[in-house]
Structures are given as C-alpha cells and as structure tokens.
Design a protein around this ligand. Structure first.
Ligand code: UD1
Length: 364
C-alpha cells in the first residue's frame, strides 16, 4: 500500500507529522506501507515551512512542487499541473490530504480526476462563511473525496447532511492535538522571553492573518490600538505573518508594550501560548491548541468551523469589529474567563486510529 501525503502550508505540517510517525510505527510492526511526502511549496519561507520540518521531525519531502505565492487561482492552477505530473510518475493507492488550505483542494481535484482515492483528515467542518477561501476548499474537497476523518460529531452530522454514507465517515479526533501532546515536554523558551523579562501568565499573545482583519491598514491599526489600551501594563507579543507585515503601521514597531517578532517555530510558539494570560487570534488551529492547554482565547472572526472550541473549550468569538473586543479583554483582565474542557477523542492517539483504518480500507 502506497500513500501520498500532501503538505502545503504552515497549518498542514503539524497535522502531517504525527501521521508519518504512525506510518513508521505500522512499518515497524511489519506492515508493508510506503508513503511519499509531497510539499506543494505553498508556504516557502524558512520561518513558515522549513523550521517546522526540523522541529517536528518531518522527513524532507520526496518532492517540492514549488508553487508559492500568486492569487488563489494561480496557486490552485500551478499546484494542479505539477501534482498531476507527480501522480502520473508515482501513482499511489491513496492520496491523504489534511485541513483546508489551497493545496488540500487542488490536490484532491487532481487525484480524483485520475481516479485515485482521496481521504480527507479534518473533514466536515464548516464556518458557513463563503468569503473565506478555506470554506470553499472544505466544501470542494468533501464533495469528491472517498473517506472522511473527523475531529467532532458535528462534522459527522454535516457530512451526513451532504449525503455521505456512515461507512465513509470516521470520527477519530484531532491530529494537530497529537502533535501538541507529542511536543509538550520539548517546548523551547524563545529568546524574546529573557530579552523582554516575560513572566508566566503576565503577557498576551496575538496572531492575525485573515484578510478581514489585516488587509485594511486602518482597521488593523485600530485593532492593535484597542488591544494595547485594554491589556493594561502587560506586554503583548505579536509574531507577524507575512501578509500582516505588509500592512502594519510603522508606529507599532517602536511601541514599548508591543513585542513584534517574525513568525515563530512551533516549539517556541506553543511555549508562548502555554504560558500566556490569553491569546487573541484569527486562526482556527490556535483555538484548538488553546482549548487543550486551557488558555483563554478570543477569536476575531464572526464564525468558526470549530464550534467545540467555544461550546466546550476556552475560545470565544468576538467578531471582526475591533470595538467588540473590549468586553472580552475586560473579562480576561479581571480573571473572569469561563471554565473549559477538552473535546472527545482529542487525546493524542488520532493518527494511530487513522492509519489503522487506512490499513483496514486499503491494505492489499
Ligand atoms: C494560508 C491558508 C490559511 C492558513 C494560513 C496560515 C489558504 C487559502 N489559506 O493563508 O488557511 O491559516 O495559510 O499561515 O490556503 N507568503 C510569504 N512566505 C510564505 C508564505 C506566504 O511571504 O512562506 C506570502 C505570500 O506570498 C502571500 C501571503 O504571504 O502574499 C499570503 O500567503 P498564502 O499562502 O497565499 O495564504 P495565507 O494568508 O498564508
């Protein structure tokens, strides 16, 4: 059995790493499973890609399609053309895609048109917000792939509503959380900790990259101004995504309360989440990590495809109007955040369950 694994953008790397470990462990048990790792090159900066491979122990990709930058259509087209050649030369038993990035959708379409089975890890989640490219990627991927590995019961319900039969839906948990548990004893204190005299529970952490928050420089400035004002004396650490860097007003680079840094490695970033007073973000994955670490999290979006991070976890949705953040920040400042719990099957064993199921389905 040959599996082609797709990794393209930063949030994919944490989802692929534990799957490769689980494949290696099945190989050690005598199973004849081979895998081929394809990096589409969607994220290409060392800080967005290479560092994650090193830190998470992901082997070097067997091939890099080098499809970085460009518009959504340019990126999708470039990945499809290169991935088609890859599949013609190295036809697998099955292609495995993760998450909801452009690479996920582009590789799914390409493989299905060559009549190759595709399985989707993190299937069935929906935000309902069609202005997000990720939502389109999710819908297209789930419309045509063959087996669906889900992180929540709600995702199963969504897939059934779309007419998918029960025997193609597999509720297994969250591979990103496998990576979190596998690395908790191994986190790195970043250099900025000592440089800025940071202390546990005495700083905030922000990450922003969604067009709705960062593409309008005036809105971005207003948002940061409010965060700085409402967080009192505590410092705010802000690792900058390349998209955000383009629009951040220079005045923020010399603000003594705001610690602006380059995108961080996984081990440093999770160290900062785990020790922070709260996280303010527009990412999806970080809301899951904050939930498992029980760190208060405010999401600057109107909807989430991961509702269990709000109903069970430590996350709250504040919307995209910067003013809406104020009451949430006050609650955190006053230590009045809600109690939270960890969603079912987010237990660190998801990748093992996935590989076991793939062996049942595809092993010859
Ligand atoms: C992508 C994913 C998003 C994910 C995010 C995490 C899609 C549709 N979106 O969004 O789901 O949460 O990654 O980071 O797939 N750039 C660099 N260096 C890089 C990568 C990107 O400079 O290594 C620049 C690009 O040239 C572009 C911008 O950053 O100008 C945005 O990159 P892109 O990959 O298009 O989308 P993201 O906004 O990162």
């Amino acid at each position: 059995m040959n599996i082609t694994l797709i990794a393209g953008a930063r949030p994919n790397f944490m989802k692929i790493a534990p799957l490769i470990k689980a494949i290696k462990s099945a190989q050690a048990d005598g199973k004849n499973i081979l895998y081929r790792l394809v990096h589409t090159g969607q994220h290409y900066d060392k800080k967005m890609s290479g560092d994650f491979f090193e830190q998470l122990g992901i082997p070097a990709p067997d091939v890099n399609l080098k499809c970085g930058s460009g518009s959504q259509a340019e990126q999708t087209a470039a990945i499809m053309i290169k991935f088609e050649n890859e599949l013609l030369e190295n036809r697998p038993t099955v292609v495995l895609v993760v998450g909801d990035v452009t690479s996920t959708m582009a590789c799914t379409i390409t493989a299905k048109k060559l009549c190759i089975d595709v399985v989707h890890v993190e299937a069935g989640i929906r935000s309902g917000d069609m202005s997000m490219p990720e939502e389109i990627n999710r819908i297209v991927t789930d419309a045509i792939c063959d087996h669906f590995f889900t992180t929540s019961k709600l995702a199963n319900i969504q897939l059934r509503k779309n007419g998918i039969e029960d025997n193609r839906i597999h509720f297994v948990g969250n591979t990103m959380i496998d990576t979190l548990y596998q690395n908790l004893d191994n986190l790195h204190k970043p250099g900025l900790w000592e440089e800025n005299n940071l202390e546990k529970n005495k700083y905030y952490l922000i990450t922003l990259h969604r067009p709705s928050n960062v593409d309008d420089p005036k809105n971005l400035s207003k948002l940061i101004d409010i965060i700085l004002r409402e967080t009192g004396d505590l410092p705010v650490v802000f690792p900058l995504h390349p998209r955000t860097k383009k629009n951040l007003d220079e005045k923020f680079l010399n603000n003594s309360k705001l610690i602006v840094v380059d995108p961080m490695g996984y081990l440093e970033f999770i160290f900062l989440v785990k020790n922070s007073k709260a996280v303010i973000t527009d990412s999806g994955g970080i809301t899951e990590e904050a939930t498992v670490l029980k760190i208060p999290c405010i999401t600057l979006r109107n909807s989430t495809e991961r509702p269990e991070t709000v109903t069970l976890g430590s996350n709250e949705l504040a919307g995209t109007n910067p003013e809406n953040l104020i009451p949430y920040l006050k609650k955190i400042k006053n230590n009045e955040w809600k109690k939270s719990s960890i969603p079912p099957l987010w237990d660190g064993k998801t990748s093992i369950r996935i590989i076991k199921k793939l062996i049942e389905l595809y092993y010859d």
